[in-house]
Ligand binder design. Structure first.
Ligand code: HXC
Length: 279
């Protein structure tokens, strides 16, 4: 879909890049010529991913293990990354989520998710942004949201709150930092199956199956579709995009909001019933 050197020369940091969608997007950036830096909590997972992606793409990749909820550790890690060479972009991908009846959540459960999603994203963004501004260098922050950042969502309330916060950060800093050469955008993916998200969010095969079919396109997202959107937004040719959130969900969230998708199930006779009768 793209020329092979689309991201050549870019150094991109992907938080939570060791597994799931972060790993997929990292692979795509490397295929397109970028140097990747991935961080996450599990050093072993990061190492395995780095070896796999380096072999698959022939690209350069390094790893840093840390907890994104630790602001000092995030700043120190990003300091080390910049010391090795200036970064061009940050992908705020690290997330934490699980389903629960909200009235049962302990304060620590709320904090666990919000500290990863909202705080982790702002810590990484500030650590990169202040360095770009100080150096007079341009930079780009891309964040992974969910469509429930603006619709809200039951049973994943801390995650919905965290994604809403990252959306507000994206739009606010796009305006504040645009003049300083730093732009911010976001992607709101619908369901893209991964082991991590599916095991935490969709408790039975029947529910997972319904999520897969219950969409205007009748399917979930293919990883390459998300990877290509992320690559487009990372490329120099899309630089006028700033403060935007691009939804990639096959039209799912609008369908859910309208509550009119019962139309999929109506028979021709039932549709006929609604037509004005002649004569
Ligand atoms: C209720 C829970 C819980 C659950 C944990 N807690 N899981 N409460 N239901 N299922 C509570 C614990 O009891 C504890 O509170 C507090 O949360 C912290 O739990 P820990 O296990 O100590 O936390 P930690 O090891 O830091 O793990 C963080 C985590 C975990 C968020 C809970 O799930 C995680 O590490 N996730 C990272 C990966 C991830 O979630 N990926 C999926 C992203 S999917 P107490 O009070 O008991 O001490 C995604 C997609 C969205 O974002 C879009 C979909 C369409």
């Amino acid at each position: 879909m793209f020329q092979h050197d689309l991201l050549k020369g870019q150094r991109i940091l992907v938080t939570g890049g060791g597994s799931g969608l972060g790993k997929c997007m990292t692979r795509r950036f490397m295929e397109l010529g970028a140097e990747a830096i991935i961080c996450g909590r599990r050093a072993e997972v990061l190492k395995e991913t780095a070896a796999e992606l380096a072999e698959a793409t022939g690209g350069a990749i390094s790893t840093h293990s840390l907890d994104i909820r630790d602001a000092d550790a995030v700043d120190a890690m990003i300091g080390e990354v910049f010391a090795a060479g200036p970064l061009d972009a940050l992908l705020n991908n690290a997330a934490g989520n699980f389903i629960a009846e909200t009235e049962t959540l302990s304060p620590r459960a709320v904090d666990a998710v919000l500290n990863i999603v909202a705080h982790g994203s702002v810590y990484a963004t500030l650590a990169c942004g202040k360095r770009w501004i100080e150096m007079g260098r341009k930079g780009h922050v891309l964040s992974i949201l969910a469509t429930y950042a603006w619709t809200g969502a039951p049973y994943v309330v801390p995650s919905a709150m965290g994604k809403a916060a990252v959306l507000a950060m994206t739009r606010s800093l796009a305006v504040e930092w645009g003049r300083k050469g730093v732009r911010l955008n976001a992607i709101a993916p619908g369901p893209f199956p991964t082991e991590g998200a599916w095991s935490r969010l969709f408790p039975t095969p029947e529910i997972a199956d319904k999520v897969e079919k219950d969409s205007p396109l009748g399917r979930t997202g293919r990883h390459e579709e998300l990877e290509n959107l992320a690559a487009y937004l990372m490329a120099d040719g899309s630089e006028y995009m700033n403060g935007e959130v691009v939804t990639i969900d096959g039209g799912r969230w609008m369908n859910r909001a309208s509550s009119m998708d019962f139309g999929y199930e109506l028979t021709p006779e039932q549709w006929d019933h609604f037509r004005p009768k002649k004569g």
